[in-house]
Design a protein around this ligand. Structure first.
Ligand SMILES: *[C@@H]1O[C@H](CO)[C@@H](O)[C@H](O)[C@H]1NC(C)=O
Ligand SMILES: *[C@@H]1O[C@H](CO)[C@@H](O)[C@H](O)[C@H]1NC(C)=O
Ligand SMILES: *[C@@H]1O[C@H](CO)[C@@H](O)[C@H](O)[C@H]1NC(C)=O
Length: 496
């Protein structure tokens, strides 16, 4: 399995046990997050948890002319793809020439009116998870993979109905993104990721110069609660330093996001208690013995949280009421797909699809013939050097700079649950601007929302797990349309 990597402790979770019997090496998003979390709180973890600072001097030689590269990235059609009207691109952008480090991107232009619609970057978390695995192929991308791992069908709730959507696999070692200096895989962390993501973006905009003046937004989920604000901060810093708009950033959107370790942890156990996953006694012990502000957790705390984890990780903690996957491989013939009832085995279909040589060729991926396979969450990233305990100061900075800040939460996620997000926002002590109210979509309650002064919008998505667009694609699309349009979520029931 190659999962016991230096610097991490693996949580005992069901999916890992079941994966052993099959060929897939895949790790899932929350597994990666749990490993980081465990290691951060361990004694002598070596993880730097100081507050985030942008890399101030980025080597100018990292920015390259990109003339003529765009056309080479055009994807004419993916194997098994239905006919579409929009353009797709995929390829590599070198972020460090001397190390031989390059990031893979997949770009789905808007279904229509691409010149009028904004540019939206999507990042998955982990750390170590792929935005192709989740974002593009299981959440908000234009296609989903059939259960035979060969064909694609349309996602009519794709976010490219609202924006030109860019998916990035980062940092090096994630998905198709790689480095020829393999020691790079042992030296990843938040700071390096933010710098490389920034270098990627500046170069990408050189390759696609028609998007330079387009309104730009960054979105993501889970550990991208770190990546998104850190990249946004880096953009603001370098715009200011250069005294010009290098990147036309307008706002950020983060979902079920890792924001603030103390409230994230406390909120998770409180959610488990109030959702009948752990006993009131265990929950009380956690409150008594665990100080999540501490740099290391006490043995008593480790014992009680261990007990809680045993009860929690027998279900899909990212989506409490989701069915299990009982057939952990592709099927010989494609099952009838459903966008509304998400197939819990989808990880396996995507794994099969993205490892097919003809798919990689069509995507212009894996051009250097990497020695490892494509994985939804990286097996080769072995260490994570830095991860601040909080990103709240960055959110404050964005609000002060007039960026649009939206924080959403699928309310059936138990890993970075709505309680965690609300506790984190409470820690910011923001006055309320628009009081809590249901928001509506297609005649139903899409979730609840509250807007804070300084313009931070919080919104739940009702019935959605950790990967919100996976479980509630229609509501997620409505949410992102309101976010991009800068319009409040509707507080009245309008039938469409
Ligand atoms: C990595 O090495 C391969 C093989 O030498 C080369 O083709 C490729 O361009 C290198 N990648 C980068 C980003 O320099
Ligand atoms: C954790 O630390 C923060 C920052 O110092 C503080 O505001 C908060 O009250 C602390 N939380 C607890 C539960 O001690
Ligand atoms: C890249 O291609 C090689 C050779 O076909 C294959 O063995 C490997 O699994 C691929 N890796 C990735 C990351 O796609």
């Amino acid at each position: 399995m190659g999962i016991q990597l230096a610097g991490f402790v693996l949580l005992k979770i069901l999916i890992v046990a079941s994966l052993v019997e099959y060929s897939i090496q895949a790790k899932t998003q929350t597994e990666a997050l749990s490993r980081l979390h465990e290691s951060k709180f361990r004694e002598n973890s070596g993880t730097d948890t100081n507050s985030f600072e942008a890399i101030q001097d980025i080597d100018a030689t990292k920015f390259h002319p990109q003339d003529g590269l765009k056309e080479g990235d055009r994807i004419y059609a993916l194997p098994g793809q239905p006919k579409v009207e929009f353009s797709q691109y995929g390829g590599y952008v070198t972020v460090d020439k001397s190390a031989g480090r390059a990031f893979y991107y997949y770009f789905a232009e808007a279904q229509h009116s691409k010149e009028k619609l904004p540019l939206l970057l999507w990042l998955n978390g982990g750390p170590g998870c792929s935005s192709l695995a989740y974002g593009a192929m299981q959440e908000l991308g234009p296609f989903r993979v059939y259960s035979d791992g060969k064909g694609l069908y349309k996602n009519r709730y794709s976010w490219n109905y609202a924006a030109n959507v860019l998916f990035l696999e980062s940092p090096a070692g994630v998905g198709y993104s790689y480095s020829n200096t393999t020691s790079d895989y042992d030296n990843n962390g938040d700071r390096k990721t933010a710098e490389d993501n920034y270098v990627f973006l500046v170069n990408w905009l050189e390759r696609f110069p028609e998007y330079k003046d387009t309104d730009f937004y960054i979105s993501g989920e889970s550990y991208a609660g770190h990546y998104v604000p850190q990249l946004a901060h880096t953009i603001l810093y370098h715009n200011q330093k250069a005294k010009k708009t290098i990147i036309n950033l307008k706002g950020i959107l983060i979902g079920n996001a890792v924001i603030n370790d103390e409230t994230d942890s406390r909120g998770m156990y409180d959610y488990w208690e109030t959702h009948a996953i752990i006993s009131p006694e265990v929950a009380k012990d956690i409150r008594t013995y665990c100080d999540f502000n501490a740099t290391t957790l006490s043995p008593k705390c480790n014992a009680v949280t261990g007990k809680a984890n045993e009860d929690a990780y027998v279900i899909d903690i990212y989506s409490l009421y989701a069915p299990d996957c009982f057939h952990e491989s592709t099927t010989a013939r494609p099952k009838k797909p459903s966008l509304i009832n998400f197939d819990p085995c989808s990880d396996y279909y995507v794994y099969a699809f993205l490892n097919r040589p003809e798919v990689q060729e069509a995507l212009h991926a894996n051009v250097t013939k990497l020695t490892h396979d494509w994985e939804p969450c990286s097996d080769i990233i072995t260490k994570w050097l830095d991860s601040p305990t909080t990103i709240i100061p960055l959110l404050r900075e964005f609000m002060a700079s007039g960026l649009r800040v939206w924080v959403f939460s699928g309310d059936t996620d138990g890993r970075v649950p709505v309680t965690s997000t609300l506790y984190s926002i409470n820690a910011m002590k923001l006055p309320i601007k628009t009081e809590w109210h249901p928001w509506y979509n297609s005649g139903e309650v899409g979730g609840y929302t509250q807007v804070y002064e300084g313009d931070l919008t919080f919104a739940t998505v009702r019935g959605a797990g950790h990967q919100v667009p996976t479980y509630q694609p229609l509501r997620a699309l409505a949410l992102v349309m309101h976010f991009l349009g800068g319009t409040p979520l509707p507080n009245t029931q309008t039938r469409t």
